[in-house]
Design a protein around this ligand. Sequence first.
Ligand code: UDP
Ligand code: MG
Length: 337
Amino acid sequence: MTAMLMKPEISVVIPIYNEQAGLAALFARLYPALDKLGASYEIVFVNDGSRDNSVSILAEQFRQRPDVTRVVLFNGNYGQHMAILAGFEASRGEIMITLDADLQNPPEEIGNLVAKMREGYDYVGSIRRKRQDSAWRTYASKAMNSLRERITNIKITDQGNMLRAYGRNVVDLMNQCAEVNTFVPALAYRFARKPTEITVEHEERSAGESKYSLYSLIRLNFDLVTGFSLVPLQFYSMMGMLMSLLSGLLVLVLLVRRLFLGAEAEGVFTLFAITFFFMGVILFGIGLLGEYVGRIFQQVRARPRYVVQTILQQKPGESVDMPPPGVEKRTVGRGHD
Ligand code: UDP
Ligand code: MG
């Protein structure tokens, strides 16, 4: 049993943030689905600073199945993607699967992802057959998806879906990155040699509420675009060029007009309109620059991206009925330095 934990074929990484209401249902489907595969596996739960009872439920589950369960506990809330990255650092499998805790991604699909990985792909994304989210979420994410694909050249058909599989080679490279705000599937896509996608089922959230507000969704999309591409800045300087060309033309026209028709006093409001438009463009440009400067700021500050308080895991050689938890030293996830 312990050998199983040492180097399993499959590692399943699940970020948990205030999911107490749905965890029991998750365990009830996840473990049987994995047992049925007949492959060695481990499940790494990463508690992202939940303020509810999730931690004690996870600890209890660790006590039930210490052979295949590990629990990484953060000391605060660092976000879903940091939680997944910490899970990657703690896991040892050859095939890494990520999954949401709310059962929107059916655990029974893991087998299909694994089968695809065994065909020799090192990244298997997934497309939700029928999305069970509100209409505006579906629409907004489709629109963002196609814009992002054009800007970053990362081909992820369904970016809002975390049920994905990554090969060890891809995860090792991700573990070397020290990016502060990142988006795991996109980062992985950059490193994948042979990516593919499959279609999966999607269900409604089993319990609890979505952890994403409209604001955090917009933030996430900024991370996705400014974190992976300089195209917005380049586009902006092209636009600046075009606009200064146009305003130069306007000056010329007004000059000629003045010479031949005399001074003009009308059209003040047109001038206002043009000025305000330019001001809007300038403000947007400053904001956009700020996005990149902010990223540089976070990066040079080089604070730990997350702090792992404890990892509940069975020590090698420890028997199953030894009193857990094994407490590891405090570690910080800081990429490679
Ligand atoms: N999550 C997390 N940290 C956060 C927000 C979310 O670990 O700050 C986890 C959450 O517990 C869930 C997954 O990320 O397992 C996806 O969150 P959610 O289902 O709320 O997102 P949605 O499905 O609405 O996009
Ligand atoms: Mg969800």
